[in-house]
Write a protein that binds this ligand. Sequence first.
Ligand SMILES: Cc1cc2nc3c(=O)[nH]c(=O)nc-3n(C[C@H](O)[C@H](O)[C@H](O)COP(=O)(O)OP(=O)(O)OC[C@H]3O[C@@H](n4cnc5c(N)ncnc54)[C@H](O)[C@@H]3O)c2cc1C
Length: 470
Amino acid sequence: MKPVAIIGAGITGLTAAFCLKRKGIPVTVYEAGNRAGGVIQSFRKQGYLAECGPNTILETSPKIAQLVRDAGLESRRLFSDPKAGARYVVRYRRPIAMPGSPFGFFTTKLFTIKAKLAVLREPFVPRRRDGQEESIAEFVRRRLNQEFLDHAIDALVAGVYAGDPYQLSVQQAFPKLARLEARYGSLIRGQIFGARARRRSGEVVKDRAPKFSFDEGLQVLPDILATQLGAAVKLNTAALKLTRTADGWRVTTTGSAAEFGAAIFCGTAPRLAELKMEGIPPAQSLSRPTGEGGPFDLTPFSEIRYPPVASVVLGFRRDQVTHPCEGFGMLIPKIEGFKILGTIFSSSLFPNRAPAGHLTLTSYVGGERYPDLALLPPDQVIELTCADLGALLGVKGKPVFQHCVLYPRAIPQYNLGYGRFREQMNDLEQRAPGFFLAGHYRDGVSLGDTIVSGVNISERVAEFLATLNG
Ligand SMILES: Cc1cc2nc3c(=O)[nH]c(=O)nc-3n(C[C@H](O)[C@H](O)[C@H](O)COP(=O)(O)OP(=O)(O)OC[C@H]3O[C@@H](n4cnc5c(N)ncnc54)[C@H](O)[C@@H]3O)c2cc1C
């Protein structure tokens, strides 16, 4: 079996490589950076476990649990404390627990009576039939109301994409919501009647999916996958050029070049835009034999927006914080006037995240809401975070532990018009047989989505190689 090149050792690339290796297909993983894991970054210091990037994996698909099993990590997996289910949304400048039941919804102080009536009316709002793409803001205003957008969805969108609801496309960024409307005519009817279909497919809706991490943080997963892949993972080796050859692909890296039967790009969209590709026929001459093709222009992918996000992990003594900080964390809508996007109560989620008598709070700054704030010097980012935590959670004094990491290009924005990038990706794969694209810029931005993307791409690549072998 010809080997497969995998570009990028984030969770997508490592998952794809691990699954291909288990199928007996040799792999080489090229990683531009000096470590495996991509945006996943956990480390332990002064008794704190800091998760700088993602904090939890939502087990939305059986493929995720299967990967954990296959990697031999079941005994190290930690499901979040069931008590930590509570989520807070800031309103009237204080965190208010989100309702966990229909009864709770009608009694919560989070929404006015007007918003509650909008929910009762939602099943009767006619579905949109003109097939036009819509922003999540337009969608929510049409089906619910402005208050729902300003006080709930805006915060949720900041929590998932660090994004702007007026720019994110409901069809591209929240396709399940768009499908619920198209299929059931209503989000509420869809929630009720879609349950049976979800049970059949084994899929779990995000707000009910179990959340997990590992004893030493999420970094455990990429570390174990990379260890099992061994010398196949080449760190500090950026893929620069891909050339279509008579029987596969030549990958040119910073150090050398090697031949493969197939190649998978699991990096980021800006890095895809920088890649040189040669030997691909232009669109109008698909029938031309390999070799006659010219360079393929990947630069349009540089237009995919990735706003900067700073992640701020702070440790405090318990007596420095008035709020119990029990639960998942708090989301903050823009309208409330704070600078941070939200905070995860990290030490309430999993054990051993902070020394006894202390707690860890992980906050995010920047995104599409305030990109410039993420780019401030770390001391200033920490200072503005402490000011907001002081007002919202009653945090007093200086943190006993602090760590700030900037992700200059954090999360791709599936904004209005993103469909054209997905079409270009499909087109590229069709015109470059044996070249595949997977990961957060194509198949969804959550860790669960990227793991599923890695598993699925390994299956597509194995099928492709099998057809080559006759
Ligand atoms: C701050 C932050 C918090 C998040 N929180 C959560 C969360 O709590 N839960 C959740 O589900 N999701 C979360 N996410 C999203 C999730 O973590 C990511 O979508 C996912 O980890 C992306 O994985 P990936 O492998 O597709 O990409 P990446 O992690 O970006 O990895 C891509 C890798 O490819 C390498 N690369 C790129 N180009 C090349 C090249 N030419 N040659 C060689 N190597 C290359 C890069 O160096 C990088 O290591 C968060 C993301 C961020 C940034």
